[in-house]
Design a protein around this ligand. Sequence first.
Ligand code: ACO
Ligand code: KIV
Ligand code: MG
Length: 527
Amino acid sequence: MSGDNKIWIFDTTLRDGEQALRASLSQKQKIQLAHAIARLNVDVMEVGFPVSSPGDFDSVQRIAREVKGPIICGLARAVSADIEACGEALKDAERRRIHTFIATSPLHLQYKLRKTLAQATEQAVAAIKLASRYTDDIEFSCEDAGRTPIDDLCWIVERAIAAGATTINIPDTVGYTIPNEFAAIISTLRNKVPNIDKARLSVHCHNDLGLAVANSISAIQAGARQIECTVNGIGERAGNCSLEEVAMIINTRKDVLAPLYTDIKTTEIYRSSHLVSQICNMPIQPNKAIVGENAFAHSSGIHQDGVLKAQNTYEIMAPEQVGIRQNELNLTSRSGRHVIQHRLAELGYTSEDYDLEAVYKSFVALADQKGRVFDYDLEALVFFENMQNQDDYYALEFLSSSTHTGHVASATVGVRCGDQVFTEAATGNGPVEAAFSAIARISKLNIKMVDFNLQAKGSGEDALGQVDIIAEHEGRRFHGAGLATDIVRSSVLAYVHVLNMIQRAQTIDAHKHARQTVSKIAAGEQQ
Ligand SMILES: CC(=O)SCCNC(=O)CCNC(=O)[C@H](O)C(C)(C)COP(=O)(O)OP(=O)(O)OC[C@H]1O[C@@H](n2cnc3c(N)ncnc32)[C@H](O)[C@@H]1OP(=O)(O)O
Ligand SMILES: CC(C)C(=O)C(=O)O
Ligand SMILES: [Mg+2]
């Protein structure tokens, strides 16, 4: 059975992955995740350990009833109660698998199970036979196979297959092996176990030494035809083999691994990864392969220039293949002029709209201060550059606000608009809302707050509060920042900053429009 070229993907996010969570998932969350994993088109999904609790039993049962596509699998120790609970929970699945296991390493046998290998084998054989009353799809795992003497492994595997196991799983339970060693275990099983062709050989690698994916790939090169893995590699301790990494390795390195393939729908990777991360409260590190925030982001000028000229200079996979819309070119102080020009062109600026050298100089200074420069910062730089000699139209003249616990807050704000000062008072749920309402009355602009972010600059009670707001006006977004020790004042300064940005943008638009009109008139005159 190990001769075909398809690599079965056995997802265990909801079983081994769930073992690693700090809080267990609700049934609703498990079902939501099960649907997302099914959309990845995995071949088998292990969705729980039914004997472990009534809640787990119910979740496995509901997933078995509701989720269509993959084979639904449950885990059971090699004991009757576990097998019976598993068989019962899975009975309504269109296709079901019982996965039973027992440890085979001398360490586990002696200290944990307090059994000999012969006794453990007898128990495994009985469990497999019992499982066959519920299904003909039975997987048997030799827990801690990575530390089991190879002859012991061959011995128990032969008997498990003879008892009816259709998949033999070789777990590196504690992530101890290294790739050539693990591959040798698979090759030896294939060469020495006489009935090995009656079962699919599977591997289940843990990541304690960071080798789960490497070991799994070595194993399929040695003849294994199922990989057990989890979305984002979550699982006990350092986790399991990561589904997205193996799928993309097999997909990307066809030159070495073909004709091996998986049926994973890779375009579903990104969203399922983010769903798992969010629901399981397991953040993804930015540099995580395939799905990390930086996986398709380019930060340095030479790389950005290369990618703009030919994407494959620095990208071995296209982001679209894993369901990411496009790559990201991070603007940092390591960025060069090419990427600034490119980004401004994407934002709608032609090279005549700004002085590249001047914008680049202030960009580098800002990037040094901020780390990463965003589109709205870049637009602000262009505006500031273009308007450098022009005084701000709006300025905060005065602000007073008051709050009383249990009552609405109020604020009075005076804003200079050109050469006149206007004053308004308003109330709100808090002083910031009250002050914003007062300014909105003064400006009479229809502004929608999209984001409000407050962060302390420095530490201690006298730290400055920086407020960054993103506001939308007539479909465009503007960034305003304010810095003061009083956070109501920082908020108001940020708002006034936005007003000035809008005013500048309107002036630029008016200039553009005037330029276009002049060009049109000139073109008409020429005809
Ligand atoms: C490598 C893995 O990831 S294995 C899966 C790990 N997942 C889990 O353990 C989550 C679900 N587990 C549970 O809910 C509970 O541990 C249960 C319900 C399975 C068992 O609970 P308890 O009966 O209280 O036993 P406890 O967990 O303390 O100890 C495990 C017992 O199972 C035995 N055992 C362990 N593995 C196996 C096995 N594969 N087959 C048979 N017995 C086993 C142990 O030797 C121990 O038996 P003992 O009580 O005779 O010493
Ligand atoms: C139950 C088995 C397959 C397991 O999770 C392991 O050995 O890591
Ligand atoms: Mg495991």
